[in-house]
Design a protein around this ligand. Structure first.
Ligand code: MF3
Ligand code: CO
Length: 248
């Protein structure tokens, strides 16, 4: 069942998601060669707590950190550690927070210093795929209109859209119904209604869509070793159009 939030509840979700939008602006200048993913994690946790919220991922199904930090061929769920970023890397940072009993969830892929043209294009296409999906999040549309729009942007650029991980409903729980695949058939799926709140999150590989999970049980990497990017926003469906919650 897809839960419907009231306007007041959506404003509470806006409040916690805005913190994550602000956090990305706080982290952006720190993402430089030499910083470790652990340092970015600590910075994120302090920022979230200083805004009277709690990290949303820490302890969730045993996840050990505030952020997921996925570098280069890592797709999602990279665990922060002593790895130092180097010029030319790309890093996807995925963060959750909880406040007022509601969850925030968002991700961005950042360049580390100067990156290749190819990596830049992957990042741009992934962001565009997210925006194309969000644009379909309107009352009266079907769920897989979102999926199909994301898939079209990724595949027409020649990239692989990850199939093993999906977006999701979000609210009092981090993961609620429905699952939101990043591929699907336009005009199918549940009818979208005002008050639904979704985390839409395309994960796009420069090579094939195939992924594998490392022995730590968390880190997802591309099967072919190619680069991967990830953008995610939490949005609400309103009669005035998609309301993006996880921005400053
Ligand atoms: N955005 C990711 C998701 O929705 C982040 C979850 S990481 C976890 O699955 F640690 F919380 F599992
Ligand atoms: Co998510």
């Amino acid at each position: 069942m897809i839960s419907i939030k009231t306007k007041q509840e959506i404003e509470l979700m806006r409040d916690v998601n805005r913190i994550i939008g602000l956090l990305f602006e706080h982290l952006r200048p720190l993402i430089q060669p030499g910083i470790t993913t652990y340092e970015l994690d600590r910075e994120a946790e302090l920022f979230i707590r200083s805004h009277n919220a709690k990290p949303g991922f820490k302890g969730y199904r045993g996840y050990p950190a505030t952020i997921c930090a996925s570098v280069n061929n890592e797709v999602v769920h990279g665990i922060p550690g002593p790895r130092k970023l180097v010029e030319g890397d790309i890093i996807s940072i995925d963060v959750g927070a909880i406040k007022h009993g509601f969850n925030a969830d968002a991700a961005r892929t950042f360049p580390v210093g100067k990156i290749s043209e190819d990596a830049r294009r992957l990042i741009d296409v992934t962001k565009r795929a997210l925006d194309a999906g969000i644009d379909k999040a309107r009352p009266g549309n079907r769920l897989y209109d979102i999926s199909a729009a994301v898939q079209k942007v990724a595949e027409s650029a020649g990239y692989g859209i990850v199939r093993d991980f999906v977006g999701h409903g979000i609210g009092r729980n981090l993961h609620e119904d429905p699952q939101i695949p990043n591929f699907g058939k336009q005009g199918t799926g549940p009818v979208l209604k005002e008050g639904m709140t979704f985390a839409i999150e395309p994960m796009i590989n420069m090579g094939t869509w195939k992924v594998k999970i490392l022995n730590n049980g968390w880190t997802v990497v591309t099967a072919d070793g190619s680069l991967s990017a990830h953008f995610e926003n939490t949005i609400a469906i309103t009669n005035d159009g998609p309301y993006v919650l996880s921005v400053p």
